[in-house]
Design a protein around this ligand. Structure first.
Ligand code: IPM
Ligand code: MG
Length: 362
C-alpha cells in the first residue's frame, strides 16, 4: 500500500534552494522504489521570508510546518540581512521555528567516512573510525533565556545582556534523549558543561548524575567545555555520545563536524516530544558560493535520509540513500569542499545527477 507523507520544504537562503532541489529529486526516486508518495509544500523562512513578507518566520510557514509529517530545511542567512535588528534577522526565523515546534533535542552525528579520510585537516590516525553523536539542547539555555537585549543604563551607557538558564525539567528531558541515544550506540555518554564556573552548569551536572541511576548500562562521564573542545581535536575517538546545552552544542558540533573533513557532509535532526521534526544540514547558507552550482548537496540529502529514518519510520529508504552517498564518493565524485587529488570535481547539480543514477540502478 502506498504511504503518503506531507513534507514541508524550507529552502531558505544562499545555497539552500540548490541543495534542496537535489534532496527532493532523491526523495522522489527512493519514494518510487518503496511505494512512498511525498506531498511537498514549500514555505518561506529566513531572508527569503523577510524579503517577501517583512518577517523571518511568517505565521503561515509555522502553520504549514505544524500540519505536516516532517519538515526539511536547507539553510538561512546572508550578508544582505546582517545589519537588521536581531529579532528581524533570518536567524530569528530558525530560532522561532525551533521554539514554535518545541524541538528541544538536536541530534548531530559526525561520522568519518573512509572515502573522505583525506579530506580531513587532521591526521588519518587521529580521525580514522571517529563516530560521534552530539545531542544538543535546542530550545533553552542562553539562546532563549530572559532577560535579553541591549539596554541603556541610567548613566546612558549601553549594556548587552543574555541569560544562560536551564530548569531541572529541561535538563532531564534532553538527558533522557541522550541516555537513550547512547544506549543504542556505544553505551558511553559524555556530558559537557562549565560547572567549575557557571551555576547553571552545576545544576546541569547534578541532574545528569541523578538521571544516570536510571541508565546503569550507560557509562556517564563529564568534561568542561574548554577541555571538551581540546579533546575533540586531540583524540576524538574517545567520544561516543555527547550531551550539552544550546551554546556549547552549537560550537562543539561545528568542531566535531570538521573532524570528518567537511561540514558539507553532515545532517541533523531536531525533535520534540511530539509533532513534526525538522531535518537540516549542520552547515549554513554559504552566501559566498550561492547560485554558483558549487555547493555540496550531500548533507541535505543525508538530512532527508534522517527524516525517513526518524520521522517517517522508513529505515530501508534511509539506508538506500545513505549507501548511495557512499557509492557516489567511492566512485570518486567530489564537490569542491571535499575535493582531493585524482577525484572528479562536480557541481551541486551534477553531484545530484550522479547520485540519482546510482539510486536508479539499485
Ligand atoms: C546552527 C546555527 C544556528 C544556531 C544559527 C544559524 C542561529 O549555527 O544550527 O548551528 O546557532 O543554532
Ligand atoms: Mg551552528
Amino acid at each position: 500500500m502506498t504511504q503518503n507523507y506531507s513534507i514541508t520544504l524550507l529552502p531558505g537562503d544562499g545555497i539552500g534552494p540548490e541543495i534542496m532541489a537535489v534532496a527532493v529529486d532523491v526523495l522522489n526516486v527512493v519514494g518510487k522504489r518503496f511505494d512512498i508518495q511525498f506531498q511537498f509544500q514549500t514555505a518561506l523562512i529566513g531572508g527569503a521570508a523577510i524579503d517577501e513578507t517583512g518577517e523571518p518566520l511568517p505565521a503561515a510557514t509555522l502553520d504549514m510546518c505544524r500540519n505536516s509529517d516532517a519538515v526539511l530545511l536547507a539553510a538561512i542567512g546572508g550578508y544582505k540581512w546582517d545589519s537588521l535588528p536581531s529579532n528581524l534577522r533570518p536567524e530569528a526565523g530558525l530560532l522561532g521555528l525551533r521554539a514554535g515546534l518545541g524541538l528541544f533535542a538536536n541530534l548531530r552525528p559526525a561520522k568519518i567516512l573512509p572515502q573522505l579520510i583525506d579530506a580531513s585537516t587532521l591526521k588519518r590516525e587521529v580521525v580514522e573510525g571517529v563516530d560521534i553523536m552530539v545531542v544538543r539542547e535546542l530550545t533553552g539555555g542562553i539562546y532563549f533565556g530572559q532577560p535579553k537585549g541591549i539596554f541603556t543604563t541610567e548613566t546612558g551607557e549601553k549594556r548587552g545582556v543574555n541569560t544562560m538558564v536551564y530548569s531541572e525539567l529541561e535538563i532531564e528531558r534532553i538527558g533522557r534523549v541522550a541516555f537513550e541515544t547512547a544506549r543504542k550506540r556505544g553505551g558511553k555518554l559524555c556530558s559537557v558543561d562549565k560547572a567549575n564556573v557557571l551555576d547553571v552548569s552545576r545544576l546541569w551536572r547534578e541532574t545528569m548524575i541523578n538521571l544516570s541511576s536510571e541508565y546503569p548500562d550507560v557509562e556517564l562521564s563529564h568534561l568542561y567545555v574548554d577541555n571538551a573542545a581540546m579533546q575533540l581535536v586531540r583524540s576524538p575517538k574517545q567520544f561516543d555520545t555527547i550531551v550539552t546545552g544550546n551554546l556549547f552544542g552549537d560550537i562543539l558540533s561545528d568542531a566535531a563536524a570538521m573532524l570528518t573533513g567537511s561540514i558539507g557532509m553532515l545532517p541533523s535532526a531536531s525533535l520534540g516530544a511530539s509533532g513534526p521534526g525538522v531535518f537540516e544540514p549542520v552547515h549554513g547558507s554559504a552566501p559566498d558560493i550561492a547560485g554558483q552550482d558549487k555547493a555540496n548537496p550531500l548533507a541535505q540529502v543525508l538530512s532527508a535520509a534522517m527524516m525517513l529514518r526518524y520521522a517517517l519510520n522508513q529505515p530501508e529508504a534511509a539506508d538506500m540513500i545513505e549507501s548511495g552517498v557512499l557509492q557516489v564518493l567511492q566512485q570518486g565524485d567530489r564537490t569542491g569542499d571535499i575535493m582531493s587529488e585524482g577525484m572528479n570535481l562536480l557541481g551541486c547539480h551534477a553531484m545530484g545527477k550522479s547520485l540519482i543514477q546510482i539510486l536508479q540502478s539499485k
